[in-house]
Design a protein. Sequence first.
Length: 477
Amino acid sequence: MKLLEPLNIQGMIVPNRIMVPAMVTRLASEDGFVTDEIFDRYVRYAEGETGLIVVEAMAIHQSKSGPLLRISDDKFIPGLKRMTDRIHEVSDSMVVPQIIHFLKVARSGWRQTLDMLSPEDIEQIIEEFGDAVLRAKKAGFDGAELHSAHAYTLASFMTRTNPRDDEYGGKSIESRVRMIGRVMENVRKKVGPDFPVGIRFLADEFIKDGTTIDESKLIALRLAQLGFAYLSVSVGGKFEDAIHKEGHVPYPYTGYSGDRCMPGDWYPPMLHVHLAAEIKKFIKSKGYDTPVIVAGKISEPDDARQVIESGEVDMVAIARGLLADPDFAKKIRLQEEDRIVKCDYCNVCKALDGAHKPVHCFLWPKEATQAPKYETDAAAPFWGEKGANLKVELDDNGAAKLSWSKAENKPTRYDIYRTADDGQIVVIDAVKTTKKTDGSVLGGINYRYYVRACNEKGDSSGPSNVVEFKPVVPTFY
């Protein structure tokens, strides 16, 4: 299975094609040091056999930036080294830090823009990136990733909306990529040619007048020409369409571009694969085999396999899916896919990040701060003699109203399965209560439902009774 085959990324041998991309946890100390909680979070991905672990964004700023990891001084190296040493002890997973610079934002809604940076500011940022990658090397990381996506500084140079009018300005693609070229030059000067450095960038910004795939392909080509070890493709996450809540720092994942960056349950799966595939095809036509990685609702094992087997991309980046179940890769290897705790894209994790609170998954057991261990000793839930007693009724709004009995053996959630007109069976949601309202049904289609009760490690009951449900077409049509 190609999904579980190794990939050579400039000498960094990644044991499989599954990546956990950088996700802010809000678990670092206020001073930016590694805590026991953040240590456990990333070691847990290694225990689950994730191929490439990208540790959440680490700031290169000298000033404090809240509970965000930092790599702006040598004093942060020991804590990071302790974490990388442990990751390498427990598995063959490779681990890199995502290195980030961001401009200032205020609770008033004000934010610093590129045209406020002086030439001296730019030179300092270039130096800070090089110094940070060198610290990553000293801390035992297998490589590094530069964050040039979403609302952050390097991405702001690359965008069509870049407001500068000098050699780093937005009037041409060459001037927009000049900054990343100079950063990479400085990085190579400081760490040498053999330390893999990847980059995350945007295939489409999904904002008015923003960069789209036609120009992103050209930017990708330049990134390949600069020798980046891999191209991790993301989309959106911009300030330009963010919804500012009074008294709060603007959060760039609140507008449509933020939706596309972290798509919720109403978006289709694999919705960004075609963008990454177009980038890969383009740079390959120009003679570059730089690995391309894509994210965006790829948490079904069959979907991940399909994307890799097709050759559209080289790796899949699974953020929320691996937060829900860090054992994703391990369970695939052990042929235990039916035990995978599948993300339902409720985006509770996104809301916690936006509120600057420690990030956890809604599907974990109540009060849990980390995903349950694979070896957790807990028997599978089951329904007693009376059964699940699943019922489905039409409510006053034309939605399907489901209810069922509570299972025994302390289930942590219930997975709800549905098929429409004998099509593919899909999990439409995972809930912690014994009821669900499905508002995505339409009169004239025949639906079938059943429910499974699941425990914290992914063991599930047998299916409940199957209920057929066929809402009628309203007479006013």
